[in-house]
Design a protein around this ligand. Structure first.
Ligand SMILES: [Zn+2]
Length: 496
């Protein structure tokens, strides 16, 4: 009888883990062309699946698009964040093809949700066993039973970043950080997803039982100072905050730098992965009555959706490739003055050589480094408000044999820059079988098989349309050689 009374202590508006499993699976079926459901791990004790849902067009492909992650339910009793994720999933999907912004985001972003990161801990709350349970169910004393007074790990203290500085070393403590960093399956699931997807932005949803509420924490402030990207993190956090109305209906959320370094998701995702990560303490306490849930979710959407816009407003993006093969390179991108040498390098991704650096209006110096390659430096890169500055570069291998000495380039183009016609002259010794022209985004503009020694490119694509002003790359491929040459097309009248 007591069990039954407990069962009804949590409002049925809140999802149980079983309801989430069922709902997310039917969503993935209903929207199979724009979603993929992934099980990224199983909970530490009960082996409950941890689901990740990806929303994007061509969802099975890793496209050259920025990735953004939303996580709910690190802390078992903070169940509002789970509801926000589920609400956002269904809002985005039902708006696809209806609302132009949602359609654009789904077509041009990879949007990931882990609505319930701690399913076994949430079960402790949802069954009413302990409605203020925070941790997972790790059997700390190895007695084969779940002890509310001794078991569990605080999953938001188990990440491998200043792990010993945060939480508590004592198993019974609510903030127990675990026997070692990444000891918990749940944390390793997030780690592996983050390493694979290389998120530009992340929100991790919480709801505080005590302490400050309706706040957004971003990385970081501690006795040693502020995080390297602090000015940019702060402006993004402020912009999220001013879009989320408080439950009272008066005023908006507040953004604050997270105090101290410890092994939480926010610090690890930013510190190790370079992901701009925001911890939002939603609402005014953890357990709100069911009738409030939809309102809290709705008020949070503009803050969450802001990131889907911001990811291409104000910053530098581009690809980095090998100058002779045009293969994507993982290279370190350093923005001078906003660089912390104690952190792992911020690198372009493996599949596309793509990088994103979120900045704000200003002028920056960017350095690009990769062992074995000649380092690059770009001064005076201007970032204008609400725009991404493109910086696509190729890196030259040190001592590479395929590089011709200056003045003896094996593909010559003239004039360069040009406003229309480009004379392309190819060294016959190259014996090229094809000549391809790529735009700065890496898209093929034109392909010429068995090119003549001397030919004219009229600045048009395969369909004879004029190409836009910009930088283009010629890639010549022969039996034993690959050569590249840059050509700049400038369309403005009066340029000459
Ligand atoms: Zn929390």
């Amino acid at each position: 009888m007591i069990w039954l009374i407990f069962l009804f202590s949590i409002d049925p508006r809140y999802h149980t883990a079983e309801e989430i499993a069922y709902e997310i699976d039917s969503i993935a079926n209903d929207y199979s062309t724009i979603t993929v459901l992934d099980t990224i791990g199983y909970s530490t004790v009960d082996s409950l699946p941890i689901f990740a849902l990806k929303i994007s067009d061509n969802p099975l492909l890793d496209e050259d698009e920025p990735s953004i992650l939303y996580i709910g339910g690190h802390h078992a009793e903070e169940i509002l964040g789970i509801e926000i994720c589920m609400y956002m999933i269904s809002d985005l999907l039902t708006q696809y093809g209806v609302d132009s912004a949602a359609t654009y985001w789904i077509d041009n972003r990879e949007i990931w949700f882990v609505p319930l990161m701690n399913p076994e801990g949430q079960g402790v709350v949802m069954t009413g066993l302990d409605t203020i349970w925070r941790k997972n169910k790790r059997d700390n004393n190895n007695n084969g039973f779940f002890d509310l007074t001794y078991d569990g790990v605080d999953l938001n203290r188990n990440y491998d970043f200043y792990w010993t500085e945060g939480g508590s070393p004592d198993p019974p403590d609510e903030f127990y950080r675990g026997p070692y960093s990444f000891s918990e399956n749940e944390n390793r699931a997030i780690r592996d997803l983050a390493f694979r997807e290389e998120f530009t932005f992340c929100i991790t949803y919480h709801s505080a039982r005590y302490g400050l509420t309706e706040v957004i924490y971003y990385p970081w402030h501690w006795s040693g100072g502020y995080s390297a990207d602090y000015p940019f993190l702060r402006t993004v956090a402020d912009s999220i905050a001013k879009r989320i109305l408080r439950d009272s209906g008066v005023g908006y959320y507040t953004a604050l730098p997270g105090e101290g370094l410890e092994g939480n998701a926010r610090n690890w995702l930013y510190g190790v992965c370079g992901t701009f990560t925001f911890c939002i303490e939603v609402s005014t306490t953890t357990l709100q009555p069911g009738w409030m849930v939809d309102g809290i979710c709705q008020r949070n959407l503009p803050g969450a959706y802001y990131l889907l816009e911001r990811v291409e407003q104000g910053g530098i993006t581009g690809w980095i490739r090998d100058s002779s093969t045009l293969q994507p390179l993982t290279a370190e991108v350093i923005v001078q003055g906003y660089y912390d040498p104690t952190l792992p390098p911020r690198r372009s991704n493996a599949n596309y050589g793509r990088f994103y650096r979120i900045l704000k209006t200003g002028t920056y110096t960017v350095e690009i480094h990769k062992p074995g390659y000649v380092p690059l430096r770009y001064d005076s890169i201007i970032v204008a408000n609400e725009q991404m500055t493109e910086l696509n570069v190729t890196m030259r291998r040190m001592g590479g044999e395929t590089i011709a000495p200056a003045g003896q380039k094996k593909i010559r183009v003239s004039p360069n820059p040009t406003n229309a016609n480009v004379l392309i002259q190819i060294d016959p010794a190259l014996n090229l079988s094809s000549l391809s022209i790529y735009d700065i985004g890496g898209r093929l503009v034109k392909n010429i098989q068995n090119p003549a020694r001397s030919l004219l490119w009229r600045g048009t694509d395969e369909k004879n349309r004029n190409v836009a002003t910009g930088v283009y790359w010629l890639l010549g491929q022969g039996e034993n050689s690959t050569v590249t040459q840059k050509v700049v097309i400038v369309r403005e009248l009066g340029f000459w």
